[in-house]
Design a protein around this ligand. Structure first.
Ligand code: SF4
Length: 549
C-alpha cells in the first residue's frame, strides 16, 4: 500500500506525543502521503484522526493515523468522460501543431459551434457522400434520417441542432447559410424540402432529425448518425462526432495530410523559442507556419485574417444596432443588453466606467447575435463568440490601433487556440466552459498584447493569466439555450482578457511564475476530472437552480 514509514519519524512522533501532544500541530498528521490518494483529503482525515485521539487522551502513531485516514477516505470520484481513444481529437498532442487559420476561425450560425456549425457541416458532408452512391441504390432510397445522441440530444433543442442538421442535409454550408432560412425553420417547423439524390428526390423535414439517447457508450459526447434508408434497409450510414469549435470527425476518420510547418512546435515553450531565437514575434512564427502547412502566400493568409476581422466587427455592429427592447429567441425571454450598456458607457456622467462598459457592450453585442442564431465567428466556439470580437472592435474602432497589428494579434491568438485544442479541448461537452470562454479570453489576451507590440514572453503571460482564471468553470446553460450564463460570460471573458494584458504588460515578464503550458495541462486535467453533469448537459448548476416562469 505505502512504503514503510521511517522508524525514527515514528519514534520522534511517539516521544513528542508523550511530552506534549499539542506542542506541534504537524504531529497531528501523518507525514507520508500514500500513492494514488488525494493529498488534501488525506491530510485532513489524518489531522482529524490525530486530533480526536489527543482529545480522548490517547497517543496515536503515525502508522495508525495513516491507516485510519485511509479507511475513511471516500471512494474514487466519478469515472472519466466517455471519449474513445481512437478519436483524432484524443490522439492529438503527440506531433507538432498542424491546425490552420481557416480550420479554426469559422463563420457560421450561432448559437453553438458544436451544436449548430458542427452538425450542419456533418449533414452537408453526408449529403455529398450520399450523392456518390451507385445509381441502383439511389433509385431505391426512400428516406434520409439523422439521429442525435449524448449532449447533442440533451441540449440540441435549445441550440437549434435539428434546424442546423436539416439545413446541411438540404445543401447549406455554415459560412453561407442565410440565418433567415434557419429562422423560418423555427417559425414554420412543418416545412418539407426536396433533396436530390441521383434521379430521386426525397422529401425531408425536421421530423427526420431524431433526438435519440442522451446517455450511452458513445465515442464522443457529441455523436450523431446519418442514414439513407430504403424502407427499413440501411443503404448508407455514417457515425460522426462534432468535437468542438465546429471541427468534425467520423468513424474511421484520419486527419488530412498536411505539409510540415516551418517552425514545428507542440508547446508554447517551443513556439516562443522559435520566436526568440529568430528575433521574430509569435505572430510571425504562426504566419510562416500557415504558409508552409497550407501552401498559402502571405497575402492569402492576411486576406483570410482580414475577412475574419471584418466579420467580427460586423457582428459587434449588428448586435449594437438591435433595439434595447429586443428579446432573444427561446423560453428564457432574455432581453438584449448590449445597446443599453453601450449607451451608458458613452454617457459622460459615467466617464470613469467608459472603457469597461464599452468593452462589455461589444462582447454582449456579438454574443447576443450568437443567441439570435445569426452569423458569428468561432474563436474558438459559438458560445464564446463575443470575446474576441469585443477586443478586435475595441482595438480597431475605438483605440484606432493599426490594422496590421490587429492582424498579428489574430495570428498570435491562433497560437493560443491551437495549443489548447492540441493538448486539451475546445468542447464544452468535454471540458465545460473553461474550454470555451476560458480559451477565448486567453486568445483575446494574446491578441491585445500582440497588438500593443509586447514581447513574446508578455504575450504568453497574458494568455496564461486569462486562461488560469477560468480553470474549473462549468457549462450549465439554462434551458439548454446559449444565453444564460453564456452572454454575460462573454463580457466577463473580454474584461478578464484586458485585465490579463494589463497585469502581464506591467510586471517583469520573467517573474511570472506560471507558464502557459502548465496551465493548458491543468485545463486538460480539469476537463477530464469535471463531473459530466457540468459539461453542456443542462443537468446541473444554473440549469437546475434557475426556474423559468
Ligand atoms: S456555459 Fe459556456 S460553454 Fe456552456 S454553452 Fe454557455 S458559453 Fe458555451
Amino acid at each position: 500500500m505505502t512504503k514503510a514509514l521511517d522508524r525514527s519519524l515514528i519514534k520522534r512522533l511517539l516521544e513528542a506525543d508523550c511530552e506534549d501532544p499539542l506542542a506541534s500541530t504537524d504531529q497531528l498528521t501523518s507525514q507520508e502521503i500514500p500513492p494514488g490518494v488525494d493529498r488534501r483529503t488525506f491530510l485532513m482525515r489524518s489531522a482529524v484522526g490525530g486530533a480526536a485521539a489527543v482529545m480522548m487522551g490517547h497517543s496515536i502513531s503515525a502508522q495508525e493515523r495513516t491507516a485510519k485516514a485511509l479507511a475513511t477516505l471516500p471512494q474514487a470520484s466519478s469515472p472519466k468522460p466517455p471519449l474513445a481513444a481512437d478519436l483524432n481529437v484524443v490522439k492529438k498532442g503527440q506531433g507538432p501543431v498542424l491546425t490552420t487559420a481557416d480550420e479554426f476561425y469559422k463563420v457560421g450560425p450561432g448559437p453553438s459551434s458544436s451544436h449548430t456549425i458542427g452538425p450542419m457541416r456533418i449533414t452537408y458532408d453526408f449529403y455529398q457522400r450520399a450523392t456518390k452512391l451507385p445509381a441502383d441504390k439511389l433509385a431505391r432510397a426512400t428516406k434520409l434520417q439523422v439521429n442525435l445522441f449524448g449532449s447533442l440530444s440533451a441540449t440540441g433543442k435549445g441550440h437549434g441542432t435539428e434546424r442546423a442538421a436539416l439545413a446541411g442535409l438540404v445543401g447549406n454550408e455554415p459560412a453561407t447559410v442565410d440565418p433567415k432560412f434557419l429562422d423560418s425553420l423555427r417559425d414554420k417547423p412543418d416545412q418539407t424540402f426536396p433533396v436530390k439524390l441521383g434521379d430521386k428526390s426525397i422529401n425531408v423535414s425536421l421530423k427526420d432529425i431524431i433526438y435519440d439517447a442522451t446517455k450511452g457508450d458513445f465515442k464522443h459526447p457529441n455523436t450523431m448518425t446519418v442514414k439513407v434508408l430504403a424502407g427499413d434497409e440501411v443503404l448508407l450510414e455514417q457515425e460522426y462526432y462534432s468535437v468542438g469549435g465546429g471541427f468534425i470527425e467520423w468513424k474511421g476518420y484520419t486527419p488530412p495530410k498536411k505539409n510540415p510547418p516551418k517552425y514545428p512546435f507542440r508547446l508554447m515553450k517551443e513556439l516562443r523559442a522559435h520566436a526568440d531565437n529568430n528575433k521574430i514575434s509569435i505572430a510571425k512564427v504562426i504566419l510562416a507556419n500557415e504558409m508552409s502547412i497550407a501552401g498559402r502566400t502571405e497575402a492569402e493568409v492576411y486576406a483570410f485574417i482580414d475577412k475574419i476581422i471584418n466579420a467580427m466587427v460586423a457582428t459587434v455592429k449588428s448586435g449594437l444596432s438591435m433595439s434595447e427592447d429586443d428579446v432573444l429567441p427561446g423560453p428564457i425571454k432574455l432581453h438584449s443588453k448590449a445597446a443599453t450598456v453601450y449607451k451608458r458607457a458613452m454617457d459622460d456622467k459615467y466617464a470613469s466606467d467608459k472603457g469597461i462598459g464599452a468593452l462589455s457592450a461589444f462582447a454582449l453585442a456579438a454574443s447576443e447575435e450568437n443567441g439570435r442564431g445569426h452569423l458569428v465567428i468561432t474563436a474558438p466556439t459559438g458560445g464564446s463568440a463575443g470575446v474576441m470580437p469585443a477586443l478586435v472592435y475595441g482595438l480597431l474602432e475605438v483605440r484606432k490601433v493599426d490594422r496590421q497589428k490587429v492582424r498579428d494579434g489574430m495570428l498570435a491568438a491562433l497560437a493560443i487556440g491551437y495549443l489548447c485544442k492540441h493538448h486539451a479541448t475546445l468542447s464544452a461537452a468535454e471540458g465545460g466552459c473553461q474550454a470555451e470562454i476560458g480559451v477565448a479570453s486567453s486568445m483575446a489576451a494574446a491578441l491585445t498584447a500582440t497588438a500593443y507590440d509586447e514581447e513574446s514572453r508578455v504575450v504568453e503571460n497574458a494568455a496564461e493569466s486569462a486562461l488560469e482564471h477560468h480553470l474549473g468553470m462549468t457549462c450549465d446553460p439554462v434551458a439548454g439555450y446559449v444565453q444564460v450564463p453564456c452572454i454575460e460570460r462573454c463580457a466577463f471573458g473580454a474584461v478578464k482578457a484586458w485585465t490579463a494584458y494589463a497585469i502581464a504588460s506591467n510586471e517583469i515578464a520573467s517573474r511570472h511564475r506560471v507558464d502557459f503550458d502548465a496551465t493548458v495541462m491543468a485545463l486538460a486535467e480539469t476537463a477530464k476530472d469535471m463531473n459530466s453533469k457540468y459539461k453542456e448537459t443542462s443537468e446541473a448548476g444554473l440549469a437546475l437552480s434557475v426556474t423559468l416562469c
